[in-house]
Ligand binder design. Structure first.
Ligand SMILES: [Fe+2]
Ligand SMILES: [Fe+2]
Length: 240
């Protein structure tokens, strides 16, 4: 494991070609049993960071060698761990622009961000150079009206945010074994964290149709394997 920030315990692993998981454990005692906050860096001509991390963890999570090269700072939804440090990143990277859903821009980011965001509609694509990401709206899956995800086409990596959230801080960066079971157990302990209405089944099927080979999770281990199978299994659990 490469520990890039000894104080914070932040570590970096490549989970797909040119896609890096920057993982920072929650401070000791902050979350019983431990927890991780993962940011996903897509390296390309126009580098994209998915999830800003918490504003109060910004200094600690600021591990990129040259943050000024960042072009895009994306996030699934407007919440402290996803977007809390957005303005800190915009200040550190003068060329960077937020990437979010159109709803996120309308209800929060147009006002909150120090520079105007690039709002993407459902299915809209953004070229990063050799890589290309597609925005997928996912309202309320698992939470927030403005929620959505990015799918990187060349590596078939779904930046799946809070989906498949697993507890603990000791997991491996990338696994081919079960991530659904631990995430379901966590959901059942906090059922209000996931909306189960509003077309969740159709949204999960839309995500599954991308046939992801890697699921880059925000909390816990990323997953390599048949991502569509996992998303469909998750849908069965969510919707009776
Ligand atoms: Fe969230
Ligand atoms: Fe999160």
């Amino acid at each position: 494991m490469t520990v890039t920030n000894a104080q914070a315990g932040t570590n970096v692993h490549e989970i797909a070609a040119g896609i890096y998981r920057i993982s920072t454990p929650a401070p000791p005692g902050a979350v019983p049993g431990g927890f991780t906050f993962n940011q996903i860096l897509v390296v390309d001509d126009e580098p994209l960071l998915f999830h800003t991390g918490l504003r109060r963890m910004f200094r600690l999570a600021h591990v990129l060698g040259d943050a000024a090269k960042l072009r895009w700072v994306g996030f699934s939804h407007f919440e402290s761990d996803e977007s809390g440090a957005l303005n800190e990143w915009l200040a550190a990277a003068p060329l960077a622009q937020a990437v979010c859903s159109r709803v996120a821009a309308m209800v929060s980011v147009n006002d909150y961000a120090d520079r105007p965001p690039r709002a993407l509609g459902d299915g809209e694509e953004l070229s990063l150079g050799s890589k290309r990401v597609r925005w997928l709206d996912a309202p309320h899956v698992p939470h927030n009206w403005e929620c959505g995800y990015l799918f990187e086409k060349t590596t078939r990596t779904l930046l799946c945010g809070d989906l498949f959230t697993q507890p603990g801080a000791d997991g491996v960066p990338l696994t081919e074994s079960d991530v659904l079971g631990p995430s379901l157990a966590m959901w059942k302990a906090m059922p209000a964290s996931i909306a189960v209405e509003g077309g969740a089944r159709a949204i999960l099927e839309k995500l599954a149709a991308t046939e992801p080979a890697t699921l880059a999770t925000m909390h816990g281990s990323s997953y390599r394997g048949d991502g569509a199978r996992l998303l469909r299994a998750f849908a069965k659990e969510l919707v009776a």
